[in-house]
Design a protein around this ligand. Structure first.
Ligand code: FES
Length: 77
């Protein structure tokens, strides 16, 4: 038994971020990080993309998914 094939729109991860661009690429210079912890979105639902705004919590509740942010930690020397 094979699952029913989804329509292409149902397979999209990115629903609304920079749709005018052929590819979404974000570049972050690690040297410019100001705070010791910065969270980057991996669920594509953040209103402050590429920075996580905790929208993944609602996304996970609605879909049963388990995504979360990428957390960059800066060591204080
Ligand atoms: Fe997308 Fe937090 S809002 S991972």
């Amino acid at each position: 038994f094979l699952p029913k094939r989804k329509k292409p729109r149902d397979c999209l991860i990115n629903l609304k971020i920079q749709k005018e661009n052929p590819k979404v690429v974000n570049e972050i210079d690690i040297e410019d990080l100001r705070s010791t912890n910065v969270c980057y979105c991996r669920c594509w639902r953040s209103k402050t993309f590429p920075v996580c705004d905790k929208s993944h919590i609602k996304h996970n509740e609605l879909t049963g998914d388990n995504v979360g942010p990428l957390i960059l930690k800066k060591k204080i020397l």
